[in-house]
Design a protein around this ligand. Structure first.
Ligand code: ADP
Ligand code: MG
Length: 603
C-alpha cells in the first residue's frame, strides 16, 4: 500500500538541484548572479577539474550576518522577493531562493561571509545537505562560497557530465556572459591555479567585447543603439558580410540578464535575412532594456528563457533598429554572400579576389573510377614550406587541363549538345528527349562531394603547408571543441596547432581550401560540432557533414563556361553515384521533354 509522505528537505533540495544545477557551469552562474545581486564590484571565480573538484566564487558585495547566512540555505529563502507581484518589478537575477540549498545538497559547501559593519564573519559548512557547523571566522567584507566534490553523492548526475575540457568551456562561457552583461564589475577567472581572464571594470562595452571575444571579433562589430516607447536597444552587431555557421555568437541580454529568447534571435535573423545565405548566422551582443513588468523570466528553472508581454512590439523594434544600422553601414553595397566567397558571378563580391582563370573543375571522377587510382591534382604543397601560399591560388593547382581536354565519353552517350549558359548559373543543353537546364553550382557540388568522400575513404589528405600559418583566436568553448577534433581535422588535411590558450595556428590546409578562407572554414566546422551535427562517435555522418561544408568552400564558379567545360562537367556529374541531386539535396538539372514543349506551344 502506498503511503503519502512529505519529502524531507534534503530530498526536495536534491530534486530542485536536478532542475537548476545541471552542470558545474550552472553553479557558477547561480553564485555569480548572487554576487551581482549583492552589489559586488569585484568577483573572482576559481575552479578545478572542470568544476567537479572545486568551484569558488568570492565577491566584495553586501555579505550576510549569521542568521541570514543560515537562512539562505533554507529552501525558498530569499531576500529578493516577497510577493508574487514583486516579480513584475524584479531587478535582481535571483528570486526563487533555491540555488544555495540546491547546490549545498549535492556538494561539500562552505560559505564565509561578513557584512562590512560586523565585527566578525560567519563560516557555514554543509556536506551533502547536512549542516556540519556554523561559527565565527575572520573574513573580508563580502562572501566567499566554495563548492567541492560536486555531484559526488548523485552518481546519476555525475554520469551526464562531459569531459573536463567541455565543462570548463561552459564555465568560462558563463563567466564571459556575465562579464559582458556587467562591464563595470571587475572579473577574474582562475582555472587550476592559472588566471584565464582578468578584466578590470570598464566603462565601454567594446573594451569588454575585445577582452571576451578577442580583438578579431571585436573588429567585425558595429555599435547599435536606439530607444522607442520604453524599449532600449544597445550593443554591437556584426558588420554586413560577417557571419558564423551557428548561432553561438548571437548573444542577447534582457535587462542585463543573459537570455535565450526566440523573439530576439528571430528578430536578428530577420534583420540579416538578405545578407546571409541559408544556414549562416549573425554575430551580435545585444542588450534590450525594458520595464521588468513587460518581461516574464519565470519560464525556465534556470531562467534562460524569457517571454515578452508584447512580442510583436519587441520584434519590430529590434528589426527596425538593426536594419537601419546595417543600411547605414552600407549593407546595400555589399555582396549578399560576402564572406562565403564562392560565387563570383558578380565581379563586386569578395569572391572576385580569388583568381579562377579556369572553371574550378575537379579532376575527372570518371578516370578515378576506371583506374581506381588516387588522381589528386597535386601534392606540390606536401613538403613543408614548398609552396608560398598566396602566391599561387590552389584553384589553379586543382584545375588540371587534362580534365578539360579529355571530355569523357558520357555526354556523347547522353547525347547532350551544349547550347550556352543563362544568367551565369545555368547551362543549357539540347537532349534527344528535349531541353536540359543544369545548375552549374549544384552539379559541381555533387562532383566535389563525391570526390572528397572518395579521397577521405582512401585516407588521401593532399594538403598544402602554409608558409605563414594563419592565426585563429577562439572563444573557450570553440577551443575545447577544437582540441577534441584536432586529429579528425588533421586526417582531412587541415593541420591546426595550439599555441596559447584560445589561440591556434592553421599550419596546413587541404588542397581544395584557399588559405585565406581557412580560418572561416575552421569556425564553420566548430559551429557544426557545437550543434551536434559533426559528432565523432558517428564517424560516417561526421565525414558527410564535413564534406558538405567543404564543397561550399571548394566550389567556385568561373564567369564563363565553354563547350569543353560544359561537357566535362556533365561527364563528371554522371560518373557520380547520385548525379541527380546536390549534396544539400537540391536538383542538379531537369529536362523539359519535347512533348511538354509541344504542349506549351499548343502543337
Ligand atoms: P535567490 O538568489 O533566488 O534569492 P539563492 O539561494 O541564490 O536564492 O540565495 C539565497 C539568499 O542568500 C539570497 O536571496 C541572498 O539574500 C543571500 N545570498 C546568496 N549569495 C549571496 C552573496 N554572495 N552575498 C550576499 N548575499 C547572498
Ligand atoms: Mg540566487
Amino acid at each position: 500500500m502506498s503511503v503519502i509522505r512529505i519529502l524531507s528537505d534534503r530530498v526536495a533540495n536534491q530534486i530542485a538541484a536536478g532542475e537548476v544545477i545541471e552542470r558545474p557551469a550552472a553553479v557558477v552562474k547561480e553564485l555569480v548572479e548572487n554576487s551581482l545581486d549583492a552589489g559586488a564590484t569585484r568577483i573572482e571565480v576559481e575552479f578545478r577539474a572542470g568544476g567537479r573538484a572545486l568551484i569558488r566564487v568570492e565577491d566584495n558585495g553586501a555579505g550576510m550576518d549569521r542568521d541570514s547566512a543560515l537562512l539562505s540555505l533554507e529552501r525558498h529563502a530569499t531576500s529578493k522577493l516577497v510577493e508574487t507581484s514583486d516579480l513584475d518589478r524584479l531587478a535582481t537575477f535571483g528570486f526563487r531562493g533555491e540555488a544555495l540549498p540546491s547546490i549545498a545538497s549535492v556538494s561539500r559547501f562552505e560559505m564565509q561571509t561578513r557584512r562590512a559593519g560586523d565585527p566578525a564573519g560567519t563560516e557555514v559548512l554543509v556536506n551533502g545537505g547536512k549542516l556540519v557547523h556554523a561559527r565565527d571566522c575572520g573574513a573580508a567584507p563580502g562572501t566567499r562560497i566554495t563548492v567541492a566534490h560536486l555531484f559526488n553523492s548523485v552518481p546519476a548526475r555525475r554520469k551526464f557530465l562531459k569531459s573536463d575540457a567541455t565543462e570548463s568551456a561552459h564555465i568560462i562561457q558563463c563567466v564571459r556572459l556575465y562579464a559582458l552583461a556587467c562591464p563595470a564589475v571587475a572579473f577574474t577567472l582562475v582555472e587550476d591555479g592559472r588566471v584565464l581572464f582578468q578584466s578590470p571594470a570598464c566603462t565601454a562595452l567594446p573594451d569588454r567585447v575585445a577582452e571576451v571575444f578577442g580583438r578579431q571579433t571585436a573588429a567585425e562589430l558595429l555599435p547599435v543603439g536606439a530607444e522607442e516607447s520604453g524599449l532600449k536597444l544597445s550593443g554591437l552587431i556584426g558588420k554586413p558580410g560577417v557571419s558564423r555557421s551557428s548561432r553561438h555568437e548571437m548573444l542577447c541580454f534582457v535587462n542585463r540578464r543573459p537570455v535565450d529568447s526566440r523573439t530576439l534571435n528571430y528578430a536578428l535573423l530577420e534583420s540579416y535575412a538578405t545578407l546571409l545565405v541559408k544556414g549562416r548566422f549573425p554575430v551580435a551582443v545585444l542588450f534590450l532594456d525594458l520595464d521588468p513588468a513587460a518581461v516574464d523570466v519565470n519560464v525556465h528553472p534556470a531562467k534562460r528563457e524569457v517571454r515578452f508581454r508584447n512580442e510583436a512590439q519587441v520584434r519590430g523594434f529590434v528589426i527596425r533598429t538593426v536594419l537601419q544600422r546595417l543600411r547605414e553601414a552600407g549593407a546595400g553595397a555589399a555582396a549578399p554572400i560576402a564572406d562565403f566567397g564562392m560565387r563570383n558571378a558578380e565581379s563586386t563580391g569578395p569572391a572576385a579576389m580569388f583568381p579562377t582563370p579556369h572553371p574550378a573543375i575537379p579532376p575527372a571522377v570518371i578516370e578515378n573510377r576506371v583506374s581506381n587510382e588516387a588522381t589528386f591534382p597535386s601534392k606540390i604543397g606536401n613538403a613543408p614550406g614548398a609552396q608560398p601560399q598566396s602566391a599561387r591560388p590552389p584553384a589553379e593547382i586543382r584545375n588540371p587541363q587534362s580534365a578539360i581536354a579529355n571530355p569523357a565519353p558520357v555526354p556523347r552517350l547522353l547525347g547532350w549538345r551544349f547550347l550556352g549558359t543563362a544568367h551565369g548559373d545555368y547551362a543549357l543543353f539540347e537532349s534527344p528527349a528535349g531541353v536540359v537546364v543544369l545548375d552549374r553550382r549544384s552539379a559541381l557540388e555533387r562532383v566535389w562531394y563525391e570526390r572528397l568522400r572518395a579521397a577521405f575513404a582512401r585516407g588521401d589528405t593532399a594538403s598544402q603547408r602554409l608558409l605563414f600559418p594563419e592565426p585563429v583566436e577562439l572563444d573557450a568553448i570553440g577551443s575545447a571543441l577544437l582540441l577534441d577534433h584536432l586529429k579528425f581535422l588533421h586526417r582531412h588535411g587541415l593541420e591546426v596547432a595550439e599555441f596559447g590558450r584560445n589561440f591556434f595556428r592553421i599550419e596546413a590546409v587541404p588542397d581544395w581550401l584557399l588559405p585565406e578562407q581557412a580560418a572561416a572554414f575552421l569556425r564553420d566546422v566548430l559551429g557544426l560540432v557545437r550543434e551536434g551535427r559533426l559528432d565523432l562517435r558517428k564517424a560516417d555522418l561526421a565525414e558527410e557533414e564535413f564534406a558538405r561544408l567543404a564543397v561550399s568552400r571548394a566550389v567556385r564558379l568561373a564567369d564563363a563556361m565553354g563547350e569543353t567545360e560544359a561537357q566535362s562537367l556533365v561527364a563528371q556529374l554522371f560518373a557520380c553515384g547520385q548525379p541527380h541531386s546536390s549534396p544539400a539535396g537540391r536538383p542538379t538539372h531537369f529536362e523539359l521533354g519535347r512533348g511538354e514543349l509541344a504542349r506549351r506551344f499548343q502543337k
